[in-house]
Design a protein around this ligand. Structure first.
Ligand SMILES: CC(C)(COP(=O)(O)OP(=O)(O)OC[C@H]1O[C@@H](n2cnc3c(N)ncnc32)[C@H](O)[C@@H]1OP(=O)(O)O)[C@@H](O)C(=O)NCCC(=O)NCCS
Length: 157
């Protein structure tokens, strides 16, 4: 029988920032050239973005950052703690992101999967996501950040 956990899905509270960043580190989502705490508070304070939380008995067990750029919706920092996986928490967070984007007028949701994290593709495919056959190009506007990203063996976002 598939066990679906009952979790509370809501916006992340500011005092949960440390736990959220620890979860992102545990899930391998942070990179040395990004400041995850700054990312988190920028998303929480912006009108076009937020961070959603999955909590069980008041304890943070998952997150997803969601926002739109006036054209498309984007999801970042989707993370479920290892001991809470495969019980519907990730699916619930993605559904909450999609609902948030729909409520904010974004017609489409997109996300980036880092090369080397291909095992997660099966999760997104199970939710109906498909390869958009798009190569993502980018660079940091701050040359020092761009230098650090390149020194850190590439990657994106
Ligand atoms: C990806 C992640 C958020 C999935 O969370 P989760 O709570 O385990 O996902 P769910 O239980 O909601 O899974 C929904 C469906 O996706 C599929 N799925 C989930 N994880 C999978 C995996 N590792 N391999 C294959 N299919 C998977 C299954 O079809 C699953 O349904 P099932 O439980 O009936 O089999 C979690 O594995 C995670 O935090 N990974 C590390 C961080 C990460 O890589 N984030 C994404 C960055 S792009």
């Amino acid at each position: 029988m598939v066990h679906t956990r009952v979790v509370d899905l809501r916006e992340l509270l500011a005092d949960e920032a440390d736990r959220a960043v620890a979860l992102w580190e545990e899930c391998g989502l942070t990179r040395p050239w990004n400041d995850p705490r700054a990312d988190l508070f920028r998303a929480l304070s912006g009108e076009t973005s937020t961070v959603l939380a999955a909590a069980e008995a008041g304890q943070l067990v998952g997150t997803a950052m969601v926002g739109h750029d006036g054209h498309r919706g984007w999801v970042y920092y989707l993370a479920v703690s290892p001991e809470h996986r495969r019980s519907g928490v990730g699916r619930g967070l993605m559904t909450a992101c999609e609902r948030w984007l729909n409520d904010h007028g974004a017609p489409k949701v997109q996300l980036m999967v880092r090369q080397g994290n291909t095992s997660v593709v099966a999760f997104y495919q199970a939710l109906g996501y498909t390869d958009q056959e798009t190569l993502v190009l980018g660079r940091f506007l701050d040359p020092e950040l761009e230098r650090r990203r390149r020194a850190g063996a590439g990657g994106h976002d």
